[in-house]
Design a binder for this molecule. Sequence first.
Ligand code: NAP
Length: 416
Amino acid sequence: MIEFDNLTPPANGERIEKENGRLVVPNYPITPVIEGDGIGRDIMKATRRVIDAAVETSYGSDRRFVWFDVFAGEIANEKYGEWLPADTFKAIDYFRVALKGPLTTPVGGGFRSLNVTLRQKLDLYACVRPVRYFQGVPAPVTHPEKMDVVIFRENTEDVYAGIEWAQGTSEAGNVIEFLRTQMDTEVRADSGIGIKPISIFGTKRLVRMAIQYAIQHNRRSVTLVHKGNIMKFTEGAFRDWGYEVASEEFPHETITEDEVYSQHNGQAPEGKVVIKDRIADSMLQQILTRTDEYDVIATPNLNGDYLSDACAAQVGGIGMAPGGNIGAEAALFEATHGTAPKYTDKDVVNPSSLILSAVMMLEHIGWQEAANLAIQGIEKTIIQKRVTYDLARLMDSATSIRTSAFASAIIENFSN
Ligand code: NAP
C-alpha cells in the first residue's frame, strides 16, 4: 500500500487497477474527494448523498464508493500550511479516479490557479465537458434541446501553458532581441510576450481520446475546431495531426466529411464516425445556427475555453455544466463554477454541476445504471420545478428550495 505523510486511506476499500490501458474497477473503490472551498461543503454533501443513493438503488450492497477525504485549498492551508499538499497529488494519481469541489485561487503571492496546477502536475490532458439540455431549464435560445455535444479541450498546451514574460522584463527583452537578431522578425520593444506551443504528441493523444469516445458511445462525428487559417503551424497543424490520427489509427471506424460528400452523396455510411473540421469563429456561429450537426468536438485549449462556456450558456448557463479532467493515469471530475464565497454554508446554491460531474465519474468507471438513475432524478426534479434559487428566479412559478432539499428531491425521484 502507498505511504502518505499525513493521510490514511480507508481500509475497507480497494484501488482501481489498470490492465492493458483499461480500468479494472473493484466493487468498493477507494475514491479521493476534495470537498472544496466556499460552497464546496454544501454541494459536496449533496453530491455524495445523491451518488451514494444512486449506487445503492442500482446495485444494493454489491457496490459502493469508499470516499477518501484529501485536502486542497483553504482547508489544506489551515491544516498543513500548504494549498496543495503532495499527499493530495499522490492520492489522486494512485487511486486513479477522484472528485473535486471548487477551490479558491489565492490572491497575490504569484499563485497560479490551484485547478490549473492540479491538471498540469497530474498531466490530466483532456478537459471533457458534455453539454446537453435539461427540460425545464430556462435557456436563451428557441431550441436548446438540439444541443448535445461533448467537448474535448486540450489542457496542457497552447497559450494556456503559461509560458509568458511581462513587458519590460529582461526575459521579454531577450526574446524580442533574439527574434530581431536571429529570426529576422520585428516585435515592438515595449511588448509583453506569450508562447503558443502545440505539439504532435499533445494533439494526437487528445484527438485519439475524442475519437475513442465517439466510437464507444455511438456518436456521429468528431469536429476539429481550430484557427488554422491564421495560425498555420499551431492551430492548422492541430487540424492536420487530428485527421492523421483518424486515418492512421481508426481507418475502419472513421470517414472524413470530404469522403462522405465525394463518395457517398453526403450520407455517412452506417457505423462510421465522420471527422470534420471548422474554423473557431465560424464554429461559434454554427453551434447556434446548426446546433444538432455537432456532436463530439476536439480543440486546443483557448478555443475550448470559449466554446465550452458558449455552449453551456446556450442551454441555460454554466451552473448545470459538468467537467472532467482526464489523463493517461488519473481522472479528476469537478464542478465548472467557482467557490461563490458569499453563499458559503448557506445551503442555497445549485449542486447540479458537481452532481453531473460525479455522473461523468460513474460513466468513466462503467457504473452506467447509477449514472442513468442520477440523471433521471435531476430531470424529474427540474420538471417538477423544485429547484435552487438560481433556476427558480428564471422560471415561472417554481419553488426555490435549499441545496439539501434539492438533493433529497432527486433521490425521491429515483423511485417515482
Ligand atoms: P463563482 O464562484 O463561479 O461565482 C460567481 C457567481 O456565479 C455566484 O455569485 C453565483 O451568482 C453564481 N454561481 C456559481 N456557482 C453557483 C452554484 N453552484 N449555484 C448557484 N449559483 C452559482 O465565480 P467567482 O466569484 O468569479 O470566483 C470565486 C472563487 O472561485 C475565486 O477564488 C476563483 O478563483 C474560484 N474559481 C474556482 C474554480 C474551480 O475550482 N474550478 C472555477 C472558477 C473560479 P449569483 O450571486 O448571481 O447567484
